[in-house]
Ligand binder design. Structure first.
Ligand code: PAF
Length: 282
């Protein structure tokens, strides 16, 4: 596996691969790799000649400096995971200056309102930061296909919108959420949970499955009350939000309209760790 530590080495590498006509699959990350990331590489492996990942903790997408500082970083462990997986041909580990040559600041995007829903309400500027770094990485890596986890479903929708608006010749592929045996969606933040809290967190997945059973035959307002009750009775957990939204617009719905696709979204704070999850409703 090639470890590319700056823009120049990446560019030389990409140029060689393009000359050989290789199809590039790309999965950007912020490191702290886990099996959820490996599922992105597996999907990329299946569709491309070459799989590239990046590891870059993007400062512009953190609206809280403490969160940026606390973000888990262990580059040697990550490189080892990538090497041992045998799924990745090259990893790009840029410095801040490779992505932001002048000043680490975001561009402003119009994602047709997707940015104002859910995470956009509690994390102002977050999606501008994501759009900025992903657009720059796309311009440098020049992938044919790019892979993002459905756990961050709003992020996935926003990246699809950016690619459409900027007319970038890249196909964006959403990869289903990778769950631990308990049902907990894998996330780098899970590292900050004590073992017993990780186990208790399976209630999040259980609740989403219950919501799927109740949806279409119960009013959304009642489902929301039931979800609130579940978390009111969980020690050390606070429900930040739960809602059901149209998968395309991400706008919250109070009703089920035939012909539309819906998804349940949830954010729970478990002992100070913010866990997000979602589920397609059928
Ligand atoms: O999902 C992530 O890890 C990040 O938001 C991404 C897409 C790598 C951009 O920094």
């Amino acid at each position: 596996m090639e470890v590319l530590k700056n823009k120049k080495t990446l560019q030389d590498f990409i140029e060689r691969q393009k000359e050989m006509g290789k199809r590039i699959g790309f999965a950007p990350t912020m490191g702290a790799l886990h099996k959820g990331h490996l599922s992105l590489y597996e999907a990329a492996r299946a569709d491309n000649d070459l799989v590239i990942s990046s590891i870059f903790v993007n400062p512009t997408q953190f609206n809280n400096p403490e969160d940026l500082e606390k973000y888990p970083r262990d580059i040697n462990r990550d490189i080892l995971i990538l090497e041992n997986s045998g799924l990745v041909d090259a990893v790009y580990i840029p410095e801040v200056v490779d992505i932001y040559p002048e000043k680490a600041e975001s561009q402003h995007y119009d994602f047709d309102g997707l940015e104002n829903e859910m995470e956009g309400k509690s994390r102002p500027g977050h999606f501008d930061g994501v759009g900025t770094v992903v657009e720059e990485l796309f311009r440098q890596v020049k992938p044919d296909n790019a892979y993002f986890g459905e756990k961050d479903f709003q992020q996935l929708a926003i990246i699809k919108k950016m690619v459409e608006k900027k007319k970038l010749p890249i196909k964006i592929i959403g990869v289903p959420i990778y769950r631990a045996e308990s049902g907990l969606a894998l996330s780098s933040r899970n590292q900050r949970l004590h073992e017993d809290r990780r186990d208790a967190s399976k209630v999040i997945y259980k609740t989403l499955k219950k919501v799927n059973e109740l949806f279409k035959i119960n009013p959304v307002s009642e489902i929301k009350e039931k979800v609130q009750d579940v978390f009111d009775n969980q020690k050390g957990m606070q429900l930040e939000y739960f809602l059901i939204a149209d998968e395309e617009t991400l706008k919250e719905t109070d009703f089920f309209y035939k012909g539309k696709n819906y998804r349940a979204f949830i954010v729970v704070i478990v002992d100070g760790v913010r866990l997000i999850d979602n589920m397609h409703l059928d």
